[in-house]
Write a protein that binds this ligand. Structure first.
Ligand SMILES: *[C@@H]1O[C@H](CO)[C@@H](O)[C@H](O)[C@H]1NC(C)=O
Length: 315
């Protein structure tokens, strides 16, 4: 910091997001890959939102949460991937620091909301399976609405807190930012009077992640115990099938988020971290539609009736 002040450099206003580097032979391939991932993620999640809104059978808390999650995923891929795809297409990797901050804040808000929604879904499944008689009273539309609202409120306050910390600091480089997106979590690019930023982000994100993770873990432990207690094997299968897609999503998500938050603490080599963030940023948005549309009978049924309705409409 002192050196930086002594040299009195002009402040950095533009960054170079290194992305996948300079290898020109890979660029078209990566461009295509991410374009396909982006389109598939948007289309798949949009399909879920449309089905849940359109089909009356899916008007339950579980599917409301799912549709909200899908909406968040659409926003998430739309904040990260278009820029990456654009820079793969044009080769122009510069981004203004301001845009980088904006991208970072949207990423923080959306990924935190994602995490809370998944936990809300865990709690919802827990109540449905472990307290089936009280479920309708406990998880009604109003509670569901509150949980969705709180997911956003916590995420937005967290991001405002980060913003206030970042505004006190100076970005002092290096100008080459060796990541795919403007993710400041794994970097040490800030200098300023206080180092509260890294401490603050680390602690808060660890607390947030850990509490969500433990809540999901506890819910699923209870769910598994009560599923194992079911005597009839068909009943057991039925109970298990309603939450298996979600269990897979939650496990993948938790693994990713732990990697995403915990790995930066150990300062991994950039390449490994990049590969991880590709997984995190593009596979999670894809996994939801794939799992729910392939495995879930109700969603399949809703898809079929919607298509039939559309076909009837055309005739
Ligand atoms: C999100 O959840 C709210 C509250 O339950 C619900 O009313 C709304 O329809 C959901 N959003 C979508 C896109 O389904």
């Amino acid at each position: 910091y002192k050196l930086w002040r002594l040299q009195n450099q002009t402040p950095i206003v533009e960054l170079i997001l290194v992305g996948f580097g300079n290898g020109p032979e890979l660029q078209p391939l990566l461009f295509l890959l991410f374009l396909v991932i982006y389109l598939a993620a948007v289309a798949g999640n949009l399909l879920i939102v449309v089905l849940v809104v359109a089909d009356r059978h899916l008007h339950t808390p579980m599917y409301y949460f799912l549709a909200n999650l899908s909406a968040v995923e659409i926003c998430y891929v739309s904040t990260t991937l278009p820029r990456l795809i654009g820079s793969l297409a044009t080769g122009d990797r510069t981004i203004s620091l301001q845009n980088c901050y904006v991208q970072f804040h949207f990423c923080v808000i959306l990924s935190t909301t994602q995490c809370h929604l998944l936990t809300a879904m865990c709690i919802d499944r827990y109540l449905a399976i472990c307290h089936p008689l009280r479920y309708p009273a406990l998880m009604n539309g109003r509670v569901c609405c509150h949980m969705v609202a709180w997911a956003w409120i916590i995420a937005i306050s967290y991001s405002i807190m980060l913003e206030m910390l970042i505004l006190q600091l100076t970005f002092c480089g290096p100008k080459e930012f060796d990541h795919l997106v403007c993710d400041f979590a794994p970097t040490n690019s800030f200098c300023g009077e206080s180092k509260t930023l890294s401490i603050g982000t680390n602690y808060v994100s660890i607390i947030l992640t850990l509490s969500n993770f433990l809540l999901s873990l506890a819910s699923y432990a209870c769910i598994l115990i009560s599923i194992l207690r079911i005597r009839s094997s068909t009943g057991r299968q039925k109970a298990f099938s309603t939450c298996s897609s979600h269990l897979i999503v939650v496990s993948v998500f938790n693994v990713c988020i732990i990697i995403n938050y915990v790995v930066p603490v150990f300062r991994p080599p950039p390449l490994q971290y990049k590969i991880l963030s590709v997984f995190y940023g593009s596979l999670i948005p894809l996994i939801n539609p794939v799992l729910y549309s392939l495995r879930n009978k109700e969603v399949n049924q809703a898809l079929r009736t919607t298509i039939e309705k559309l076909a009837a409409f055309r005739h």
